[in-house]
Design a protein around this ligand. Structure first.
Ligand SMILES: [Fe+2]
Length: 195
């Protein structure tokens, strides 16, 4: 079992360390969840991509992948899981896995791996670090998304402005996170549209 800060610890800590996105207990501040889905292209399903060689089943259920002492730029990913008719899908499974700050996956344990379920409004929230690029790959986060009783989507999310996006054959701009900063917290928005 990996020791991660609890939500109670996040809410109870309260004070920012100077120049850091971390609170003094090592946990992260929260960006607001998105109020509305983005459905301009609601007919367009989120693109499928290969799962690659590093997926592991049975990840722990958690939204917080950052552990005390973990290197890397903290980031919060937020968004909706939606049907093609732009209907929010509560209870959808989202299973995330990614490389660490140096571009390495934890293949013996479950660091930077975790699954969760979308909330009653179809929203998800993941707190993690920006993954490092590795040989042949630009920065990316892997995810499997499955609506309750529906078909599984496997894909990858990408970061805007990365030089290696141009040389990575898997990169697709449709899978770019939309980056914002909320009170200094780096946040990425992506809404999944499922069949
Ligand atoms: Fe990967």
């Amino acid at each position: 079992m990996i020791d991660t800060p609890t939500r109670r610890a996040v809410l109870g800590a309260g004070v920012f360390a100077a120049g850091s996105l971390f609170r003094i207990d090592g946990s992260l501040a929260q960006a607001p969840l998105p109020p509305t889905p983005e459905c301009r292209d609601s007919d367009e399903m989120t693109l499928r991509q290969t799962e690659g060689p590093y997926f592991k089943p049975s990840s722990p259920e958690r939204v917080e992948l950052i552990e005390v002492g973990m290197a890397g730029q903290p980031i919060e990913l937020v968004g909706f899981v939606l049907s093609r008719a732009c209907k929010p899908l509560p209870g959808a499974l989202l299973d995330f896995w990614q490389a660490d700050d140096r571009g390495q996956y934890d293949n013996s344990g479950f660091h930077l791996r975790g699954h969760q379920f979308s909330d009653a409004e179809g929203r998800y929230r993941l707190r993690s670090i920006v993954p490092g690029a590795y040989v042949g790959r630009t920065r990316h986060i892997h995810v499997k998304v499955q609506p309750s009783g529906g078909r599984l989507l496997t894909t990858q999310l990408y970061f805007p402005g990365e030089p290696k996006n141009r040389s990575d054959g898997l990169f697709r701009r449709e899978l770019l996170l939309r980056m914002t900063k909320n009170a200094g917290l780096l946040a990425g928005r992506f809404d999944f549209v499922l069949d």
